[in-house]
Design a protein around this ligand. Structure first.
Ligand SMILES: Nc1ncnc2c1ncn2[C@@H]1O[C@H](COP(=O)(O)OP(=O)(O)OP(=O)(O)O)[C@@H](O)[C@H]1O
Length: 536
């Protein structure tokens, strides 16, 4: 029932319309049967004509309500899908980066595609559920009118069928739920197949191990769980059919004598029973769609809950950047194997126009510090102040807008968000300085191409950051994949030019031959700041 309540919340009155028209269609369908049965005993032209007119009206009602129900359910399926997609996208866009990182793209994509499609399939099967359900209910009422004893027997068969169905259903649901979780892993594994595509091609053994091992095992596990789940549903459906036919057989052949049923009454029963075969099987085969939809909705809701949005943000304009302070700031990773890495406690101060280098060995916490500094990771303790004001949870978004970052694994956009922050002449000048002017042009806020070498792409990412005109720049090992000539340009021309504009720069670097150019060097070791011993 919770599936319907959730869907009702999403589409409201339209769902009610689709359900009611479906029920009307089903009941009018059952009434048609009663009418046909009744008409067989009529005599006289007038009586036939009257019955014919009733028949036509009822048939028209049954058909029009069926069409309305089917089309409404179908369009509601797409509506729910679009609505949930929008809700999820809105939520993702408001989720702090750390939560997104933890949730992972594979699971999100899997919910976005498979689970939402499952809901659409559910909506497609809903008309049958309601129309057939009402037909069965109508037929049962008609049966009750014909004979209460036969009706009681039918009810007993239905109860027996439901108990059997529930047993299979509980087991099948568990299997389907487990297989859906496996599909997330499968999605992640397919991503690995692409992300590591080059490395796999260069290492055939690794590729085979992955494809024939983990990946094949998972595909097989999904196949088994799905097959078992659906076979159980199939068995439950057949159990329903067996009961149904046994019931028909018992009533028509075994109870005909004891119940002293006349052959005209028997004809009536037979018609009702035969009429019920299609709806009974239709309802039984539509039931797995409800189970799948329930799992899909649970997964959508779970993802939505996990993607908890940031605290409501204060609407205010940032003042001119004058200082940034970190006081006793700490951040800790909780590794899955219980291993922990702690950054801090760190107390640091930054001012406009400062060029600061952040150095330290691999794994010393430089990138973690950059994420913390720019507000992508919230500090576990300590505080960050901008222009002397503490940055609370309600000012995180505003705080982040102070920074332009080129991460070591940066994402290169084809356009620039703040195209007017620099003039086209300034952009052209920097394109020249970055030696990109022969490759890329910048028009109407877009770059002509991003199909460049890795080093060139990184230069373009720097250009984008520069165009944004933020007060604080962070470069994570920006020069690592630049040629020596361009390293010179970066350290001796670009960084000083940004500094001359009054920008604060934190550059994570291992290039010790340029360390003397920094105003200050921060060195990290195992997450803690240590003194720098710089060669003269
Ligand atoms: N997502 C994560 N979950 C758990 N631990 C992490 C995570 N990311 C990094 N770490 C751990 O935090 C430590 C610091 O990592 P970080 O990436 O900040 O180092 P770094 O100084 O930037 O290293 P490098 O010079 O190699 O880029 C490492 O020991 C790493 O194992």
């Amino acid at each position: 029932m919770s599936v319907f309540l959730t869907l009702f919340r999403l589409v409201g009155g339209w769902l009610l319309l689709a359900v009611v028209t479906g029920l009307v269609s089903g009941f009018s369908n059952a009434s048609l049967l009663a009418m046909i049965n009744h008409s067989l005993s009529l005599s006289g032209t007038q009586a036939w004509l009257n019955a014919g007119a009733h028949f036509s009206l009822l048939a028209l009602l049954m058909l029009t309500t069926r069409i309305v129900s089917q089309t409404t359910f179908m369009s509601l399926g797409q509506k729910v899908k679009a609505r949930l997609r929008n809700e999820l996208i809105q939520r993702i866009s408001k989720t702090p980066w750390l939560k997104m990182e933890k949730t992972g793209m594979a699971r999100t994509l899997s919910v976005f595609t498979q689970d939402l499609d499952t809901l659409v399939v559910f909506f497609v099967s809903l008309p049958n559920l309601f129309i057939y359900g009402a037909m069965i209910a109508g037929c049962l009422i008609y049966l009750a009118m014909l004979s209460m004893t036969v009706f009681a027997l039918a009810l007993a068969a239905i109860i027996l069928g439901s108990v059997g169905y529930q047993v299979a259903h509980g087991r099948a649901l568990g299997l389907l739920r487990r297989s859906r979780q496996r599909e997330d892993t499968l999605m992640q594994q397919c991503k690995t197949l692409f992300d590591g595509g080059r490395e796999y091609r260069l290492n055939a053994r690794r590729l085979r191990q992955f494809v024939d091992g983990e990946l094949a095992d998972n595909i097989e596990a999904v196949r088994k769980e799905r097959t078992h789940g659906y076979v159980l549903y199939g068995l439950a459906t057949n159990w329903g059919s067996v009961l149904f036919f046994s019931f028909i057989g018992i009533v028509i052949y075994a109870l005909r004598g004891p119940l002293t049923l006349e052959s005209t009454v028997i004809t009536g029963y037979t018609m009702v029973f035969l009429y019920m075969i299609v709806p009974v099987e239709g309802v039984l085969s539509a039931l797995p769609a409800i189970a799948s939809a329930r799992i899909a909705l649970q997964r959508v809701r779970q993802l939505s809950d996990e993607l908890e949005p940031e605290a409501p943000q204060r609407i205010e304009k940032a003042g001119v950047f004058s200082s940034l302070s970190l006081t006793e700031v700490c951040y800790q990773y909780e590794g899955s194997d219980g291993e922990r890495f702690t950054l801090g406690p760190l107390s640091l101060h930054f001012q406009p126009g400062e060029l600061v280098f952040l150095v330290g060995g691999n794994g010393s916490g430089k990138t973690t510090f950059a994420n913390l500094l720019v507000g992508l990771y919230p500090p576990d303790s300590g505080e960050i102040s901008l222009n002397g004001e503490r940055i609370g949870p309600d000012r995180q978004a505003l705080y982040r807008q102070q920074f332009s970052v080129v991460f070591s694994d940066f994402f290169l956009f084809g356009d620039v968000a703040f195209a007017n922050a620099r003039t086209p002449e300034e952009v052209d000048r920097l394109l020249h300085l970055l030696r990109l002017n022969h490759k890329v042009s910048f028009r109407d806020g877009r770059f002509s191409t991003t199909s460049l070498s890795q080093g060139q792409r990184k230069r373009l990412a720097l250009l984008q950051a520069w165009i944004e005109q933020r007060p604080f720049y962070v470069f994570d090992e920006w020069a690592a994949d630049q040629d020596p000539e361009f390293k010179e340009v970066f350290y001796r021309e670009l960084l000083p030019a940004l500094k001359a504009e009054g920008k604060t720069i934190l550059a994570i670097t291992h290039d010790d031959r340029y360390f003397h150019l920094a105003d200050r060097i921060i060195k990290l070791e195992e997450g803690r700041q240590v003194p720098v011993h710089q060669a003269a």
